[in-house]
Ligand binder design. Sequence first.
Ligand code: GLN
Length: 193
Amino acid sequence: MSIGVLALQGAFVEHIEILKRLGVQATAVRRPEDLKDLDGIIIPGGESTSIVNLMQTSAMLQPLKELAGADFPILGTCAGMVCLAREVADNSYPPGLAAMDIVVRRNAFGRQVDSFEAKLAFPALGERPYPAVFIRAPIVESTAAAVQVLARLNDGSVVAVRQGRLLATAFHPELSADIRLHRYFLKIVAGSG
Ligand code: GLN
């Protein structure tokens, strides 16, 4: 199995390391040619406006849009979730991949709570709570019927969603020691999740 990690900006190195630990071939994706022969793609956290602008300048926006629109397996984490969203509640944000039927709000926790960790009930990953690391995180404000809500914070905020083979988290799974989220994505890629 070969997974590409979009390496234009942000926390891509950590995703590549986890994938390697899981015995998966992981490659940094920077150009349209790098998309060949992949089974899945991860869009990492970082700064979503920069990532989308870089997608545009590196001619990656259109090919990624086509893949996402064709239900190719993609995991978007934090800024990656923002990139996947159909709608972002922030007018300054450039249009991204617009693939998942979710509305997200960027930096939803404000400056006072820049980052935090929360133990999430996450039934798709098993009974044990999942330790999720949030950094200037978005939340999902609304979802269409086709979108499955996988996890919420205690206050009800939606922080992990799936639509077909597109998976998105508001938190950074590559920064927690728990590899179950990546495993779950690899199951989706393998067609068994
Ligand atoms: N606040 C960032 C954005 O909206 C996301 C932060 C992150 O990926 N850690 O682009």
